[in-house]
Design a protein around this ligand. Structure first.
Ligand code: CMP
Length: 141
């Protein structure tokens, strides 16, 4: 059974010109890219997308980072898309990823625990919410 997930290349990934390399890894790993859209998040949008982190100490810094430039949102599809995309991007902290998961996407293009270049939904519920956020036509599921 195929599954969909939301992938996002964050401002540092786009400005660092990692898009083509990341898409190559996505396609070589068996995902289809069903939709894609470049979006410049405003403060309200970033706060809505990351609402679950609103009480964290890094929240205001995260919002500043995510509004610093455009992002590329994509809907990826394959079997086990949610888990497999999370595995492909590697741990949140890109510094750690470079050591423990050297072939991961965050090891390739991330900087630290905040500027980690890419995002992936962590559950089916998050995937549905995050796909609807960027692609309103997917709101019904
Ligand atoms: P992401 O997987 O998109 O989900 C939440 C984001 O918050 C995360 O990637 C990072 O960009 C950021 N983040 C998570 N943990 C930290 C942290 N300890 N310090 C700063 N930013 C963080």
């Amino acid at each position: 059974e195929k599954e969909k997930t939301l992938a996002m290349i964050k401002p540092d990934g786009l400005s660092g010109n990692y898009t083509d390399e990341i898409k190559k890894v996505i396609l070589e790993s068996g995902f289809s890219i069903l939709r894609e859209r470049v979006v410049r998040l405003d403060e309200d949008g970033a706060k809505t997308f990351y609402a679950e982190h609103s009480s964290r100490s890094f929240f205001s810094s995260l919002i500043k980072y995510m509004t610093s430039g455009p992002v590329l949102a994509m809907v990826l599809e394959k079997e086990n898309a949610i888990t497999d995309w999370r595995a492909l991007i590697g741990p949140t902290d890109a510094k750690k990823a470079k050591i423990s998961h050297p072939h991961s996407i965050r090891a390739m293009c991330g900087l630290d625990s905040e500027k980690n270049c890419v995002h992936g939904s962590d559950s089916p519920e998050s995937a549905q919410r995050e796909m609807s956020f960027f692609f309103q036509e997917m709101s019904s599921g």
